[in-house]
Ligand binder design. Structure first.
Ligand code: TEU
Length: 529
């Protein structure tokens, strides 16, 4: 495993800063709070922390609307506290990954305020301004991810500007060399401060069709779909020119050595794989793979998805897996708590870098949000579609004290209703808890290079069982996951026999040739002689 860089061997833990730990009693998490809770993160056994955006922001999209790329949002702290946190993270041997949001800024960013001043402002071309269509309407049919036209009319200058997300998130113009240079300086600023990498927000959106052609109508759209899905994003995303920018970002990162770039990219395998670039001209190290979120939870489907994804990677491409995030429903809500344990075993035993979302180590479910407390702009703009993201953005429950130890006041979003029993302290004292299982799996992954960097071979298995072998330097491990609620036969590869049980999602079990309901096992194998 020694010849693999940290981002191939390691496990990434995503922190949503508003909801990790409040240190100053305003009901919102902050950097000093994260510093206070580093013991918890380190105790899990992860390798890197990715922080969702911490930059000055009007918080229309909770930090994904950046008003200053080289500062710290006062609600979260300041640069001095950031430097302290960065040092504390490094002191524990952990890496720090920041969220970089290059596709759009906040409309309150100085650049946009200048850009909208007049048509001949030097910053005008840093954003995407177009004349109205002949009927006075928007320049084309592009739709915002959050619903409605992606174009906002600006009466004083008589043009529309593009926003792929909220109108308070104008898209930047990456075809402008000055903007491009300014953004490269932003990356340098944080690399120079010691950050170990970036997760790059909607990287695939970064360049648009030069002719701003209309997107094709989506024939599969139904009134139950989101508005965004009315059209296929053919001309508004994944443009060939974006790959050159991705390569430019990588070239910059490589001048620092050992830094990682993660691209947030939603595309089918073939187009997704292109974001690795080529060996001569590499792009991102890890184009985020969301297929464990997008796929149904059944053995056959997962088997095919894993095989197809791994087969789609170029020879120099390293796999990665994401199972939860601040944008998705919680894994425990999607498949239930017993299967969430199996899912943790899957995530932490697949070949490729796993990303683990805060709170999933407690198997927190989706939190019901009363209508008057909804904060997610996507939910507020399209209510009733059940696409709210607040449910997975709720505060970490640390203990059974007031407000779960998260804050001294009412938190910005409600806690999980079961927080008095489902919290870090309670699970610490329960050896059967999800928290202990996650630690066990992470420790095993560290101890067994076969689990992180070993070869992966999927086994043909029956019914609800998903099974694969991991092998590294002659050490052979079997991962067998029962995705169903009935006992199932444990598939042992021919010519081998079980040498020992290394982990079970049920934790207490005898040796046997069956998988219990909802049981995942990691076993060591030996050849039959
Ligand atoms: O998300 C990108 C994205 O594609 C979202 O539209 C996602 O599909 C949606 O949230 C699912 O419900 C990134 C960030 O992760 C998200 O939080 C931001 O809102 C978005 O970019 C804009 O910056």
């Amino acid at each position: 495993a020694d010849d693999h860089p940290w981002w191939e061997r390691g496990v990434i833990y995503q922190i949503y800063p508003r909801s990790f730990q409040d240190s100053d009693g305003d009901g919102v998490g902050d950097l000093a709070g994260i510093e206070r809770r580093l013991d918890h993160v380190a105790s899990l056994g992860v390798d890197a922390i990715w922080l969702s955006p911490i930059f000055p922001s009007p918080m229309k999209d909770f930090g994904y609307d950046v008003a200053d790329y080289i500062g710290i949002e006062p609600v979260f702290g300041d640069l001095a506290i950031f430097d302290r946190l960065c040092a504390a993270i490094h002191a524990r041997g952990l890496k720090l990954i920041l969220d970089f949001v290059p596709n759009h800024s906040s409309d309150q960013h100085a650049w946009f305020r200048e850009s909208r001043r007049s048509r001949d402002d030097p910053k005008r071309d840093w954003y995407i301004w177009r004349d109205p269509a002949t009927d006075g309407g928007p320049p084309n049919n592009w739709i915002s991810d959050f619903g409605g036209s992606a174009w906002e009319w600006d009466a004083p200058t008589g043009q529309y500007y593009l926003h792929a997300f909220l109108k308070e998130q104008p898209d930047l113009n990456w075809r402008n060399p000055a903007l491009r240079a300014a953004m490269m300086d932003v990356m340098r600023f944080w690399f120079d401060r010691g950050v170990d990498g970036f997760r790059i927000d909607v990287l695939w959106h970064i360049v648009k069709d030069a002719g701003f052609r209309n997107n094709p109508i989506n024939p599969a759209w139904t009134p139950r779909s989101t508005e965004r899905d009315r059209v296929l994003q053919r001309y508004s995303t994944d443009q060939p020119e974006a790959h050159a920018i991705s390569a430019e970002m990588r070239a910059l990162a490589d001048t620092y050595g050992d830094r990682v770039l993660i691209g947030e990219i939603f595309l089918p395998n073939d187009r997704h794989a292109r974001w690795f670039g080529t060996i001569e001209r590499p792009q991102v190290h890890l184009p985020f793979n969301f297929q464990l979120i997008e796929n149904g939870w059944n053995a056959r489907g997962l088997h095919r998805m894993i095989a197809d994804y791994l087969a789609s990677l170029p020879a120099h491409g390293w796999p990665n897996w994401v199972i939860g995030s601040h944008d998705a429903p919680r894994i425990a809500a999607r498949i239930g708590e017993a299967q969430a344990r199996v899912a943790a075993m899957l995530l932490l035993s697949l070949r490729g870098t796993p990303t683990f979302y805060q709170g999933d180590e407690l198997a927190i479910g989706d939190v019901p949000i009363p209508t008057d407390r909804v904060r997610d702009p996507q939910d507020l703009r399209q209510p009733g579609l059940g696409i709210g993201r607040d449910r997975s953005r709720t505060p970490m429950p640390w203990d059974s004290s007031t407000h779960a130890g998260f804050s001294t006041v009412e938190p910005w979003l409600p806690l999980n209703p079961d927080w008095p029993t489902r919290n870090v302290a309670m699970q610490e004292s329960d050896p059967q808890s999800m928290l202990h299982l996650v630690r066990t799996l992470l420790a095993l992954r560290r101890a067994e290079p076969a689990l992180s960097v070993g070869a992966l071979k999927l086994l043909e298995a029956e019914g609800d069982v998903l099974a694969y072998e991991r092998e590294h330097r002659g050490r052979r491990l079997l991962v067998a996951l029962n995705l169903g609620s009935r006992p199932a036969i444990l598939p042992v590869p021919t010519g081998t026999t079980i040498a020992g049980i290394l982990a079970s999602t049920r934790q207490v079990r005898g040796i046997g040739d069956m998988l219990a309901p909802d049981e995942g096992l990691i076993l060591s194998l030996k050849d039959i002689v």
